[in-house]
Design a protein around this ligand. Structure first.
Ligand code: SF4
Length: 465
């Protein structure tokens, strides 16, 4: 085990303000907005066949996107469908079944799955019967390993009685609970009324049922939020002691996301207040013993994410930070993104198009990308920066067969201002993000993103502040 050298982090407000800009979260590289249309189905099938011949035993990760929500939270930028009609989920499951069958056809025997994540939307929009049906469909097509990590995103406001027990029976052992803020005025302003006792009760039930690594999502920068509301929310949340806390920045982009137009502009906190909230949250979480994992994530020292950070085995994938080695991912459902080997493939984002493709008996893919040699090497750089805060140059050169300083000469030039401000240190041996650079790790990563540099487009991404 390495020492805990990765854990220290320094909050430097002036540098955050100076360098903060729009940027990707790098849950993939290249990022999904670089995917292209074309022979995606063929590329994906080729990737699956290659996997079948080269590494048939390798375990898979599965993601299922369940897009329905009872009501819309005004801050939300996810791909979701607001409805109260549960029958729509039955119809959706009919199509998921078709998609699963098309994927299953590509394997000679049931593939092994070591990770499953149900995301949304609101996966718990499904009735217990619908959840049972979904699990039966997945278990008929795939074999789950004994220690498979099964996780689900929970909306505690309308969780069906018995849903957590049912999921636990099917091997679910992790949950992520959406909270965002506990202040009643903030909850009203974002159309998400969720009394603290509702959240607490779900969290406690989950723990009793053996769920571990319980995550709570918080957001800063919401309408009506202030340092005071943040302080009060954190004080309650810390009494619950969740294993993990994700602290996301709200990006107000009403021109892009329709529900955000329902937010009153005058209710939005000013940038200085937002920065003060972030500072308060970070300081409070660190003082309460949480470890800063990276980007938006904190975890208790005994949580697997903090251990993986210490051991240098932390990973980053479409769900954010993770502990399991980078496995191939099969993603099912509208808008879901798969990655098999070097190939990314994304399903249609539009539900009608998703259904129409399956009606024709073809995989419902709309765009994707097969990574070039350059994509792969840059992906490794960005991974190391975001997961280990450093790149060990000699080892990297050996692994990738390149002369680092030559290959990345233009990129290294772009680091000069960040070096001058003490966010990153560059020697012949290593590139290392400093303690005060850790909050801006993605700004460092962006300097190695070839697509970003070539198109100079970053305005559609979110900011730290
Ligand atoms: S935040 Fe979650 S529950 Fe709210 S609208 Fe978005 S996906 Fe649905």
């Amino acid at each position: 085990m390495q020492s805990t050298h990765l854990r220290p982090v320094e909050f430097d407000a002036a540098l955050i303000v100076k360098h903060d800009g729009s940027g990707p979260r790098y849950t993939s590289y290249p990022t999904a907005d670089r995917f292209v249309t074309g022979p995606v189905v063929q590329q994906y099938l080729t990737a699956l066949q290659k996997r079948q011949s080269e590494r048939p035993q390798a375990a898979l990760s599965l993601y299922v996107h369940l897009p329905f929500c009872d009501t819309v939270c005004y801050y939300c930028a996810c791909n979701k469908i607001a409805t109260k009609d549960r029958a729509r989920a039955d119809f959706y499951l009919d199509y998921l079944e078709k998609e699963i069958a098309l994927v299953r056809e590509q394997f000679t025997k049931q593939p092994e799955v070591s990770q499953l994540h149900l995301g949304g939307g609101t996966p718990t929009f499904l009735t217990n019967l619908q959840l049972e049906r979904l699990m039966a469909m997945l278990h008929a097509a795939f074999v789950f390993t004994e220690r498979a990590e099964c996780s689900i995103e929970i909306d505690p406001r309308r969780l069906n009685v018995g849903a957590l027990e049912l999921l636990a029976k099917h091997g679910f052992n992790r949950m992520s609970i959406g909270v965002q803020d506990l202040d009643p005025a903030v909850q009203k302003a974002v159309n998400r009324i969720q009394p603290p006792e509702v959240t607490q009760s779900v969290l406690e039930q989950g723990r009793k049922l053996g769920y571990r690594s319980v995550n709570l999502d918080l957001i800063y920068g919401l309408p009506k939020q202030s340092v005071q509301t943040m302080e009060s929310t954190l004080s309650t949340v810390l009494q619950w002691r969740p294993d993990r806390i994700a602290l996301y920045s709200y990006a107000h982009l009403p021109e892009r996301f329709m529900p955000q137009r329902r937010i009153e502009t005058e209710d939005m906190p000013r940038p200085a207040e937002k920065l003060a909230m972030l500072k308060l949250a970070v300081t409070t979480l660190l003082e309460a013993g949480y470890v800063y994992i990276g980007m938006d994530h904190f975890a208790l020292p005994e949580d697997e994410l903090a251990i993986a950070l210490d051991e240098g085995t932390l990973q980053r994938n479409f769900q954010g930070y993770a502990t399991q080695a980078d496995c191939d991912l099969i993603a099912l459902g509208v808008s879901a993104i798969s990655r098999i080997g070097d190939t990314y493939a994304q399903n249609h984002r539009d539900l009608d198009e998703y259904y129409a493709a399956l009606d024709q008996g073809v995989l419902p893919l709309s765009k994707g990308l097969t990574m070039s040699a350059d994509d792969l090497v840059r992906r490794a750089v960005i991974h190391d920066l975001l997961c280990q805060s450093e790149i060990m140059i000699p080892a990297f050169e050996k692994q990738w067969g390149i002369r680092f300083n030559t290959y990345f000469a233009p990129d290294l030039q772009q680091l000069l201002d960040l070096q001058a401000d003490g966010l990153v240190e560059v020697t012949d041996e290593a590139i290392r993000i400093t303690h005060k650079g850790r909050f801006l790790a993605r700004i460092v990563a962006m300097r190695f993103d070839r697509y970003l540099r070539e198109t100079r487009s970053s305005a559609k991404y979110s900011k730290v502040i």
